[in-house]
Design a protein around this ligand. Structure first.
Ligand SMILES: NC(=O)C1=CN([C@@H]2O[C@H](COP(=O)(O)OP(=O)(O)OC[C@H]3O[C@@H](n4cnc5c(N)ncnc54)[C@H](OP(=O)(O)O)[C@@H]3O)[C@@H](O)[C@H]2O)C=CC1
Ligand SMILES: Nc1c(N[C@@H]2O[C@H](COP(=O)(O)O)[C@@H](O)[C@H]2O)[nH]c(=O)[nH]c1=O
Length: 357
């Protein structure tokens, strides 16, 4: 499977599941507070994508007031895109148009240098689009719709996180676009990680697939830290899983000896045949890259074990040393994922440390 960006899909819908009504005016479903939140999510993304249908219907700018503007991305089969649309004329950022092969020559001629037109095969292949974005350095993609695009991304199972906002009114028009159309969606329940009231709307935030598994396992690692004996240093938990998310070993700081680090304690329990080629180690704290207690750091233990994926919540604060575990692991070609929203849970187990809590 080719590498792709982390995909965050975002939509605001009415109580009866519509993204818009049938009028010419753009329907505001979000509250002012929610539009501010969406703006911040945009600022945190490397690129933002809407379908050609949304460009034609809404003429959006897709800029952010809160931070750097993301690269703008769209997709089209027909090639019907107006070079005068605000998508192309606003923002000093790259604009990428993924087009089905037959539309490419005319679109290149029509758009000139206002956008880069990328051939995305025929029929348009969303996996190819995502692999190309990854090659262009896009690590985090926000997909803002509309209906056909949300249906496409969700049924192709390429959405990691879904932000769904419910507005307190009905649309009730059969011809209006719904959040999604019919299709074969991923089976199983998504992981609800947050509900938030923003003015009169509610945000529901879900994780799917690997993102949901990572969140669950990292939370387990953080909860293991509660078993650590009292300590003057970090209280950390670790979980190691195989390619199928089966737990191979767990550990926590001070488990058998006061000098034990959580990752080290978990790694020490693995037999010689442990299937580590596609394993993940979850650690509540960034793996250490310098230590006084023992000669080998957890970063080095993980490198030596050949574990390719590392997921952690809390960047090691400079209490004892300047930590570089994440950078060293990335430099060695390992996949390193930070989930900072779980850091407060890890900090709760470490309020004995200076400057924490
Ligand atoms: N409330 C909200 O959060 C949002 C609401 N909206 C609303 O959504 C509506 C637009 O939605 P919709 O009309 O569905 O348009 P979309 O924005 O979802 O764009 C769909 C277009 O994408 C192109 N496309 C290319 N390949 C595919 C594929 N495999 N599957 C699907 N699309 C493909 C096609 O363009 P082409 O036709 O050029 O070939 C297609 O018509 C508007 O009313 C807008 O206001 C939009 C975003 C957010
Ligand atoms: N109406 C609506 C949304 N619509 C989205 O916002 C886009 C407009 O972007 P811009 O021109 O940059 O402000 C529009 O095309 C569509 O993608 N989004 C939301 O979060 N809530 C809403 O109620």
């Amino acid at each position: 499977m080719s590498k792709r960006p982390y995909v965050l899909a975002s939509a605001a819908m009415s109580l009866d599941g519509y993204l818009d009504d049938t009028s010419q005016e753009r329907l505001l479903l979000s509250s002012p507070e929610d539009f501010d939140r969406v703006d911040q999510v945009r600022a945190g993304a490397d690129a933002i994508l809407v379908g050609a249908g949304t460009i034609r219907a809404d003429n959006p700018r897709l800029l952010s007031r809160s931070g750097p503007d993301p690269v703008k991305v769209t997709l089209t089969t027909s090639g019907k895109l107006d070079p005068g649309a605000k998508f192309f004329t606003t923002g000093d950022v790259a604009k990428l148009v993924y087009a089905a092969s037959p539309a490419v020559p005319a679109l290149r001629a029509q758009l000139g240098d206002v956008a880069t037109v990328v051939d995305a095969s025929e029929p348009l292949d969303v996996h190819r689009l995502l692999a190309d974005l990854a090659d262009r350095g896009i690590g985090r993609l926000m997909v803002e719709g509309g209906s056909a695009v949300h249906t496409l991304f969700l049924t192709e199972d390429v959405v990691d996180e879904l932000h769904l906002v419910v507005a307190p009114f009905f649309v009730g028009q059969r011809e209006a676009p719904r959040f999604v159309g019919a299709g074969r969606f991923p089976q199983g329940r998504m992981l609800l990680v947050e509900t938030r009231q923003l003015g009169d709307v509610v945000l529901l935030r879900y994780l799917t697939g690997q993102a949901a598994r990572d969140h669950r396992r990292l939370r387990e690692a953080a909860e293991l830290a509660e078993q650590c004996p009292p300590s003057a240093t970090f209280r950390v938990g670790a979980v190691i899983t195989d390619a199928s998310d089966r737990v191979l070993a767990t550990g926590f700081s001070g488990e058998t000896d006061p000098h034990d680090h959580a990752e080290e304690a978990a790694l020490a329990k693995l037999g010689p045949e442990a299937p580590l080629a596609e394993a993940t180690i979850y650690s509540s704290l960034e793996p250490c890259s310098a230590r006084a207690s023992r000669p080998v750091t957890c970063t080095q233990h993980i490198l030596d074990a050949g574990i390719p994926r590392i997921v952690f919540a809390w960047r090691e604060p400079a209490v004892f040393v300047d930590a570089q575990g994440a950078e060293l692991l990335r430099a060695a070609g390992r996949e390193v994922i930070e989930i900072p929203e779980l850091a407060p849970l890890v900090q709760q187990a470490n309020t004995h440390l200076p400057g924490v809590g």
